[in-house]
Design a protein. Sequence first.
Length: 224
Amino acid sequence: MLSRTADHLYWMSRYVERAESLARLVDAHYRMSLLPQSGDSLTQSLNTAMTALHVEVAYRERHEAVVPQAVFEFLSLDRDHAGSIVNCLRAARENARAVRGSLTSELWETLNSTWLDARSFMARSTPRTDIGHFVEWVKERSHLTRGVTVGTMLRDEAFHFTRIGTFLERADSTARIRPRASSPRIRTTSSRGRMRRWCPIPTSGACCSGRSPPSRCTAACTAT
């Protein structure tokens, strides 16, 4: 397989997965905005989401304040924002068009019709008033694309590169939005007059058991 073919397949699947990830993020905050709550809590949540996506600076360049509806439109339907959902769908379709020979006709038709429908959605007179419907549609199209990929493509290099792109984008999205876990620390408890220690360094089992620990673990525990 040519490297450029693998590259297009990889990014095609990454953009589809990214569109779905953004749709789920927008959908969660959109539903929160419909619930009775203080405006500050929703604003703080949106700020956190944009910071995790690294789009806060781009948003501030075009908007003075964090307004829920403006944020939803910025992440979903803004053609001038390269990371919006519609631009992810466009990029997925463009990458797919570059390697149509490596895709099944069903997969190409799914990606192409998804972009055409998204463009029609934006061309309506009042498309920005139904963000909830749009993100639900994006999730449905992403599920369809993934199902068509698994159900129609041969298990060859092209298929494997599409799966790699999907899983890496999913891992990256999870790492961005998941709170960073605190580093492990040593805890001590008393057991029959002795101190038992839990050490973050994996050992053969002698460490942290109340017996004489290996020198490597002793040094690490002392340093910590």
